[in-house]
Design a protein around this ligand. Structure first.
Ligand SMILES: Nc1ncnc2c1ncn2[C@@H]1O[C@H](COP(=O)(O)OP(=O)(O)OP(=O)(O)O)[C@@H](O)[C@H]1O
Ligand SMILES: [Mg+2]
Length: 525
């Protein structure tokens, strides 16, 4: 109750935070006339001047107002787009190392240019992270016009570049790239022996686009570089040769646990054989040096005593192919780990392929926590605000839209069965317009959609979009079906299916209440 009254009087915490940025918006606007009068060369020269000031000790915060004003003027001259006031606020949030939640289509790509330019002035490298190669290239080319105009270099890291090209891109003032590429470059750099071979030059400041997708949904995804171990075919064949020499008293089979272990008698017999063959290191089989031998004997025993040819696996074209025990299907390319597959290959007298080992591994969470300053932008972050704060110490601020939002952002609704979903409404499919064309209209009609077009998850109320800020949709290139004048909902990927949204997040977003942002109109008014 008291909270509600306080909110009415002073506004919500988010409103207060956003309001604190307004004085600087006013200062940037005040510089506009002066900058408009400058020639292109004089505008460009401001970058050199900012760099000098930064080198002389002026903080980036002190350069924010003139730098943002410069970027806005450059955007007007190159792209014909003038950053809206709310976009300036978004830019300041990103510069502060926070997450700016801005609705889809609010121009986050352009917003990023402000903090990117400001932080690039330090010359230590700024990374802009996107979810796919297409967006990295598109944004680097598109926004690169502004940076190049102002005399900054832009590089892009996409799949298929060699080390030299990567190094060149990382050495630029600004580098666009995908989370995968940046993460793998870090891992590969860690496996290099010489400093000069490394392609990255530090992790200073990163702005992550679609931040919820990269820093929450994929946070724990490990990036792994693996490599083959030395060829040890001879070793596997030798071990395999001992198995027929063992009798039933030498080992115990546990069908339930799917393990086979040597008995005392078996151990002794094996020890004798290994000693006779000169393969025993030290005095006893129990010495540390022989741990690997015992392990591989156990694997060979499993291969012989538990795994049946044409039931658990088949042999085809010199390869041992696993059969899925549940579906009965072959699983070509899949291999048992820890030497078991090699033991099967030895048993079947097939060529033995080398084992793989993990050489380097990192999760996205750990990679992005290395940056000195991290910021992010997305259409939907508030639902994960706690996770962002707990894991990354990132605060989420909701930036009001530039114009009143006419789009209806209904919440996700989850049904347990198709029947309960079908019974929830009687709605028939009609063509829908694309997000961009809807934005241009003032009063869009309330379209209807077919619940049967969305497997599992749909909206009970007829909605304009299933979830407007779905990153999967915004990742599509301009030629996607929705870019035309009409498209059907069935053609669009749903947030949940496209991003494999865990059910907890669907519930979280279903709980989210979209209150009309009165503050937005106050800001505009
Ligand atoms: N200040 C501006 N003036 C004119 N057009 C703008 C401005 N800012 C952005 N736009 C245009 O709005 C469109 C949407 O921009 P953008 O794709 O960057 O949005 P977004 O917020 O990243 O959306 P999504 O959440 O779907 O990724 C683009 O065509 C862009 O050119
Ligand atoms: Mg975007």
């Amino acid at each position: 109750m008291i909270g509600a009254v306080a909110r009415k009087l002073f506004g919500s915490a988010n409103e207060r935070r956003i309001r604190s940025y307004l004085p600087r918006v006013g200062e940037i606007n005040a510089l506009e006339k002066e900058l408009e009068a400058l020639s292109d060369d004089a505008l460009k020269a401001r970058t050199v001047d900012f760099k000098k000031q930064a080198a002389d000790g002026t903080s980036l915060d002190d350069l924010l107002v003139p730098a943002f004003a410069t970027v806005r003027e450059a955007a007007k001259r190159t792209l014909g787009q003038r950053h809206f006031d709310v976009q300036l606020i978004g830019g300041m949030i990103l510069h502060d190392g926070k997450i700016a939640e801005m609705k889809t289509g609010e121009g986050k790509t352009l917003v990023a240019t402000l903090p990117v330019y400001l932080n690039a002035i330090s010359g230590r490298g700024v990374h802009v992270v996107t979810v796919n190669d297409y967006l990295a290239k598109r944004d680097a080319d598109w926004m690169g016009q502004i940076y190049n105009f102002l005399g900054l270099s832009v590089g892009v890291i996409v799949h298929g570049l060699d080390d030299e090209q990567r190094k060149k891109a990382y050495d630029c003032d600004i580098t666009y790239g995908t989370n995968n590429e940046l993460g793998f470059d870090y891992l590969r750099d860690n496996m290099k022996y010489r400093l000069e071979d490394m392609v990255q030059r530090g992790h200073i400041y990163a702005i992550v686009d679609e931040v919820d997708s990269i820093l929450v949904d994929e946070a724990r995804t490990p990036l792994i570089i693996s490599g083959p171990l030395d060829d040890r075919s001879e070793f596997y064949n030798t071990i395999d040769g001992y198995i027929p020499q063992l009798d039933k008293t030498d080992y115990e089979v546990d069908e339930k646990q799917r393990t086979v272990t040597l008995t005392e008698a078996g151990m002794e017999k094996l020890e004798q054989r290994l000693r006779a063959a000169g393969q025993l290191k030290g005095d006893s089989l129990y010495d540390v040096e022989n741990v690997s031998v015992v392990h591989h004997v156990n694997q060979a025993l499993r291969a012989h005593k538990l795994f049946q040819r044409d039931k658990d696996y088949i042999v085809r074209n010199g390869e041992v192919v696993i059969i899925d025990e549940f579906t009965g299907r072959m699983m070509p390319g899949r291999r048992y780990s820890e030497g078991l597959h090699q033991a099967l290959e030895a048993k079947e007298h097939q060529p033995i392929q080398p084992e793989n080992q993990t050489l380097a591994s990192i999760t996205f969470q750990n990679y992005f926590r290395m940056y000195e300053k991290l910021a992010g932008m997305t259409g939907t972050a508030l639902t994960e605000a706690d996770e962002f704060m707990d894991i990354y110490g990132l605060e989420v601020l909701e930036v009001p839209t530039n114009m009143p939002l006419v789009r209806l952002d209904d919440d996700d609704e989850v049904y347990r069965t198709a029947t309960s979903r079908a019974g929830s409404s009687t709605i028939s499919p009609i063509p829908m317009r694309s997000p961009r064309s809807i934005r241009a209209t003032t009063a869009p009609p309330r379209p209807r959609c077919s619940p049967s077009s969305m497997p599992g998850i749909t909206s009970r109320k007829p909605t304009l979009f299933h979830k407007p800020a779905c990153p999967a949709r915004s990742r599509l290139p301009p030629t996607w079906p929705g870019a035309g004048p009409t498209f059907s909902l069935a053609a669009m990927p749903t947030c949940a299916s496209a991003r494999k949204l865990p059910i907890s997040r669907i519930r979280a977003s279903a709980r989210k209440v979209h209150a009309p942002t009165r503050f937005a109109s106050r800001l505009r008014g």
